[in-house]
Design a protein around this ligand. Structure first.
Ligand code: 26Q
Length: 834
């Protein structure tokens, strides 16, 4: 009977078949109104821009999710090779304007908000930064996933959903005060919780072995204390191409039975506390702080990321291929963002051996053919080491596997260099000593098919220094991938005026092929174009002043050179050298040595790790010097020094368009790459810098005549360290003597005696690894060359244009193309965006 069959057989679900959402002004007006009124329950009496921001974001998120689903299904159907970017940090910043730009709806949305009587700028500003990273390494991960989506590459970002991001920085009496950053307080409209993809993560317990039916030793990890990893997904749109990739961040939660066990034992309070311990794991982002090294909670975080992400990938593999892993390495690649997720090497072995029953050699071949490791530092003190005792207690099964990996590896080394026990000791993943430690970088190198540095010099120094033995063993494993930044956020979105002028003249191809900026070169000779360029730069400087006026009472002068150094505060980055220059200029003014003077505004911003004593002192010094200079009537508009509090992604978006001079003044050989240098260059700033990190490549691209070079080379630094005599240098240099005298007589700490003694001692120490005194003279001279050029406005503008024109190499589209061609080897997947 037709009637009956109609009632019993369920029709195929059509619940997700929807007409495509419109992208016109009226569509955004309608959707905005519905969300604002019916979802958020607000009306015209609500004055907070936050809800308007939410309503607009929900409307835009709908458009992302449509394309997201399509991308997801296309990847599944094509069964393409995939890559996964494993990172403890994704420093995403704000999402709204980036989503508008990449969907190509900026104009329609701006019109819609205008129609509604709303100020779009106000909505954009009410979004908190997603500050889930410390600095360069975290922001690089964010730029990378933008480029992967733009290049239509099937790449997923895996990270942690910290409840508290990078602390927010207040300056109180010139000192840094940290405030927790509860960025999720008002919810996050861009993420979707997916509890159905939760994974179980084991900790502690013990291991138990037996021999299986084939005579293989099998191990299980038992009596563990488990927690759950719940994924939250954020859509990552490509630039106008219909691709929307995924950033999947894990949140730790307690298991039900974990609580129940305690509860049954009659201790209710203990059970709630246990839940807390579990949820603590993803509570807070660790600041990049030597004092935080070796903390058990950090190791728990790292393991949670590695285990949850690998279980996720393997789970979906087994869903498609069953327990057949023969093609796994051909279809999957994991990029490890520094050693932070490198426990993944051992965890992949554990999953393949203990959970999926593979034998050692097969599991090891798969691991070694899927993992790739990126190093981001040359500072030996920054290399991660974990105490073997802590490891054994927290992750006993992983520790066993690492010992086994090391035993196999030591056998390989012995076979290659028979009898070379020194080398075995140097290369061992286990560092011997008073206490044994696991060297995570070595684990990462041994377990990967690719090891790269992040700029040409850095990669070369890794091969010749830190990883020399490994390079001799496996020269083919080592390669360079010079960093970049996404030109969508760092030019198109943050500097629409400059972007508009560029597009007007050379078309819009540069947005996805930044090398096309070289078409700007001939315009450096075009007077009308130069005038427009200059006006836009001056406007951006004025906007920066207006933005900062809110916080400062300093009288800025747009005609002055805007000299900017923004980055984490670290001795090797030498904010101190910058301050010495400022004190020198101040001293000249006070002495009346101001013939042919160039006005200058020096802006310095950045956070110090909470436990980094010297970095905090440097911040205090900057603020004290700033106070003295800015309130001295003799100085007037000739010189200003301002410390910009709470430097972060959204601050850089306002700062880089308005910078004339970019300070990249690290001690040569210490800055792996730098990426702020690239953002400034793209926005037409000139660089004053040492031959360090990517500065070298920036100078190569733009030409020596368009770069202000100073300082010792990496080789000279190494050479000089054996006989470094800062006091001799100071005695020989009248200017430096005067600067030191001002510092030493307490001119900048009149009511705080002794405050800067440690800073002065560091400059005068023959052991000063940063060699600040050594580069002083050369820095001052380079700054004089800066001033001479700045006084020739036409020449400066020409050089500014040429810097932007030569910045094409520093797009992450180029970087990711290199990662893909040389490491991942993925095929781009076109998403039908009709
Ligand atoms: C380590 C142990 C415990 C807690 C935190 C950490 C930790 C966290 C973050 C250690 C290092 C970092 C971040 C390092 C970083 O940002 N490095 C920078 O990476 C950039 C991208 O490659 C480079 O451009 C910079 O030169 C490099 O300093």
């Amino acid at each position: 009977m037709p009637y009956k069959s109609f009632k019993t057989s369920k029709p195929k679900s059509t619940i997700t078949i929807l007409p495509k959402l419109g992208l016109e002004e009226r569509d955004f007006v309608a959707d905005f109104k519905r969300y604002y009124s019916h979802r958020l329950g607000r009306d015209e009496n609500c004055t907070s821009p936050h809800y308007a921001y939410e309503a607009l974001s929900m409307a835009i998120s709908d458009r992302l999710i449509e394309r997201w689903k399509k991308t997801y299904n296309t990847y599944k159907e094509t069964d393409c090779k995939r890559a996964y970017y494993l990172s403890m940090e994704f420093l995403m910043g704000r999402t709204l304007s980036n989503a508008m730009l990449n969907l190509g709806i900026t104009e329609a949305v701006e019109q819609a908000m205008y129609d509604l009587g709303l100020e779009i700028e106000e909505l954009i500003e009410s979004e908190p930064d997603a500050g889930l990273g410390n600095g360069g390494l975290g922001r690089l991960a964010a730029c990378f996933i933008d480029s992967c989506a733009t290049l239509q590459l099937p790449v997923t970002g895996y990270g942690l959903r910290y409840e508290y991001g990078m602390f927010s920085q207040d300056i109180v009496n010139g000192e840094q005060v940290e405030k927790p950053d509860h960025w999720l307080r008002n919810g996050n409209v861009w993420e979707i919780e997916r509890p159905e993809y939760t994974h179980r993560i084991k900790f502690c317990g013990r291991t138990k072995s037996h021999i299986d039916e084939f005579g293989n030793k099998r191990t299980s990890w038992v009596e563990t204390q488990d927690i759950l990893a719940v994924p939250y997904d954020t859509p990552i749109p490509g630039y106008k191409n219909g691709t929307v990739n995924t950033l999947r961040l894990w949140k730790a939660t307690a298991t039900e039975e974990f609580n129940l066990q305690e509860f049954n034992a009659g201790d209710y309070a203990e059970s709630v506390a246990a839940k807390n311990t579990a949820e603590n794991i993803t509570m807070v982002l660790y600041p990049n702080d030597a004092n935080e090294n070796g903390k058990a909670l950090r190791l728990r975080q790292q393991y949670l990321l590695a285990s949850a992400s690998l279980q996720d990938v393997i789970g979906s593999w087994v869903g498609r291929h069953g327990n057949d892993f023969t093609e796994f390495a051909a279809k999957n690649a994991f990029q490890l963002n520094d050693t932070h997720p490198s426990i993944a090497v051992a965890e992949l072995m554990r999953l393949l051996l203990d959970v999926h029953g593979l034998v050692w050699n097969d599991a090891w071949a798969i691991t070694r053919n899927t993992m790739a490791y990126t190093n981001h530092t040359l500072l030996p003190e920054a290399l991660e080491r974990w105490s073997v005792n802590l490891f054994k207690q927290l992750l006993p099964r992983l520790m066993e596997i690492i010992f086994d990996i090391n035993a196999h590896f030591m056998a390989e080394v012995s076979a290659h260099w028979p009898g070379d026990t020194d080398r075995l000791g140097r290369m061992s993943i286990i560092e011997e000593g008073h206490e044994q430690h696991v060297r995570m970088a070595y684990l990462a190198i041994v377990g990967s098919f690719s090891v790269n540095g992040v700029a040409a010099l850095h990669s070369k120094l890794l091969q010749q220094g830190l990883f020399r033995d490994f390079y001799e063993f496996w020269p083919g494993k080592f390669n360079n991938k010079t960093n970049g930044v996404t030109p969508r956020r760092w030019l198109a979105a943050c500097n629409p005026e400059l972007a508009g002028l560029i597009t007007e003249n050379i078309g819009n191809g540069w947005l996805t092929d930044l090398s096309l900026l070289n078409k700007l070169k001939p315009y450096a000779k075009d007077e009308a174009f130069c005038q427009k360029w200059h006006d836009i730069k001056q406007n951006a400087k004025q906007k920066l002043i207006d933005y900062k006026k809110l916080e400062h009472d300093v009288d800025f002068n747009v005609e002055a050179i805007f000299d900017v150094q923004v980055k984490r505060v670290h001795e090797y980055k030498r904010q101190l050298l910058n301050v010495l220059h400022v004190i020198h200029l101040y001293d000249r003014i006070k002495r009346g040595d101001t013939a042919n003077w160039t006005d200058r505004c020096v802006l310095i911003g950045g956070k110090a790790a909470p436990g980094y004593y010297m970095a905090k002192k440097i911040i205090k010094l900057i603020n004290n010097v700033s106070h003295v200079i800015n309130s001295d009537p003799d100085v007037g508009k000739k010189l200003k020094l301002v410390f910009l509090p709470n430097y972060r992604v959204s601050a850089m978006e306002k700062i880089c368009p308005g910078a004339d001079l970019s300070e990249q003044i690290s001690t040569a050989g210490k800055e792996a790459s730098g990426t702020g240098n690239m953002k400034f260059m793209m926005n037409g700033a000139m660089t004053i810098g040492t031959l360090d990190g990517a500065n070298i490549e920036i100078r190569e691209e733009v030409g020596d005549e368009n770069f202000f070079l100073f300082g010792l080379t990496e080789g000279q630094v190494g050479e000089m360290s054996h006989h470094y005599d800062p006091n001799g240098i100071i005695d020989q240099d009248e200017d430096l003597q005067r600067v030191m005298r001002l510092l030493e007589c307490g001119h900048f700490n009149q009511f705080e005696p002794g405050l800067f003694d440690d800073i002065m001692a560091s400059i005068r120490s023959p052991q000063d690894p940063w060699m600040t005194a050594a580069d002083f003279r050369s820095f001052i001279d380079a700054q004089k060359r800066v001033e001479a050029v700045y006084q020739d406005r036409k020449l400066w503008t020409k050089m500014s244009i040429l810097n932007c024109a030569a910045s094409g190499k520093f797009s992450t589209d180029r970087t990711i193309t290199d990662y893909n061609n040389e490491i991942w080897k993925l095929t781009p997947v076109t998403i039908d965006d009709k």
